[in-house]
Design a protein around this ligand. Structure first.
Ligand code: AQP
Length: 331
């Protein structure tokens, strides 16, 4: 692929209020690519409707997710920020790629199995083909690198397989993307059930810390976080609650696990949880302030999404016209 810069693409669903899992696992890393790469960051509203959404809330969260991108340091002049449904080629390529994705491959996706179990009343076809739409999102922009949390690894591998399959049948068409998975924060766990991922759609409010939570809420949630009975701050597989809190503390303070263990040696979990809460609330405070400023100016957010969609559309059309030509659609 001839490109002057490598390309980064990632997206977040406006399917709930964003969590520190979304922040540490994904969004916080987005801005590091802005200078060197051509970056596309998308609010993936079409993915969000694979689970039933309240329309007014989906609309509100779409604005909020865009404002959060910006509040987390994404400058709209250096990054293409847009909403998925504003660029019709996502759906168009999604359909084409459905025809190059095997039923068996989609059946093996663990997110589909998890979400089907969670939404047994609404196991729709979109939930099943979610990964092909995600492949389309990525491949449309000839993406080299996709920063995501580890839960998306399987989908990303499928996107690579689809790209290679298509390229093999029709000659080089898509860049085969690589994942960029942060090793230190790739999976932030639920505070209430530390063996399960922290998810924005969790109905237990105490399990999840939202980026926009008040300091009081953050302190309260960490205070209630599940730990264990041995009162020792130590990173270990058999201490998932404490290890998760240590991971969060490390992410906000840049301290190592050894330093954290020393800092809390001989102290109880009470002190430790309060320190994690403080570090998290302080780390998020600038994001919250900037978000409050941005969300108050809807007209500006609309101009950002419009400019982003125009830019994204230009690149998406280029890939789409190539795809159509290769598969034999009449121009
Ligand atoms: N707990 C997490 N730890 C690390 N990374 C995470 N991500 C999500 N949760 C964690 C990463 O955030 C990005 C955006 O996720 P998404 O909106 O596409 O949906 P998701 O992965 O399904 O996240 P949620 O919060 O669990 O959403 P719901 O509850 O709606 O399904 C991705 O890069 C993801 O890896």
């Amino acid at each position: 692929m001839n490109k002057d810069r490598k390309t980064v693409f990632s997206g977040v669903q406006p399917s709930g209020n964003l969590t520190i899992g979304n922040y540490l696992g994904a969004i916080k890393n987005f801005s590091r690519f802005s200078e060197e790469y051509k970056t596309f960051y998308c609010v993936v509203d079409m993915h969000a409707i694979t689970v039933r959404q309240v329309p007014a809330e989906l609309r509100r969260r779409t604005y909020e997710t865009l404002a959060l991108y910006m509040a987390c340091g994404l400058d709209e002049k250096k990054n293409t920020l847009f909403v998925q449904s504003h660029v019709p080629e996502h759906a168009e390529l999604g359909w084409v790629l459905n025809c190059y994705t095997m039923f068996g491959e989609l059946s093996r996706m663990t997110q589909f199995k998890d979400k089907s179990a969670k939404h047994a009343q609404n196991i729709n076809a979109g939930l099943f083909t979610y990964p092909t739409l995600m492949a389309a999102d990525i491949l449309l922009y000839q993406t080299d690198l996709v920063p995501v949390g580890i839960d998306q690894k399987q989908h990303l591998e499928l996107a690579r397989d689809i790209a290679m399959r298509f390229n093999q049948v029709y000659s080089e068409t898509f860049t085969v993307p690589e994942g960029y998975i942060p090793t230190d924060t790739m999976k932030i766990m639920s505070l209430a059930e530390p063996t399960a991922k922290m998810s924005k759609s969790d109905t237990n409010q105490n399990a999840v810390v939202y980026i926009l939570d008040s300091k009081d809420d953050i302190m309260r949630k960490f205070k209630k976080a599940v730990t264990d009975s041995d009162a020792e701050v130590r990173y270990s597989e058999d201490k998932p609650g404490v290890s998760n809190l240590m991971t969060i503390y490390r992410a906000f303070t840049n301290k190592t696990f050894d330093e954290i263990e020393r800092e809390f040696s001989g102290k109880g979990y009470g002190d430790f949880k309060a320190a994690v809460g403080e570090a998290c609330a302080d780390g998020l405070a600038p994001v919250r302030d900037e978000f409050a400023r941005l969300i108050a100016d809807k007209a500006h957010l609309e101009s950002v999404m419009k400019a982003g969609a125009d830019e994204a559309h230009y690149y998406a059309m280029k890939t789409m016209s190539k795809v159509k030509r290769k598969i034999g659609f009449v121009n």
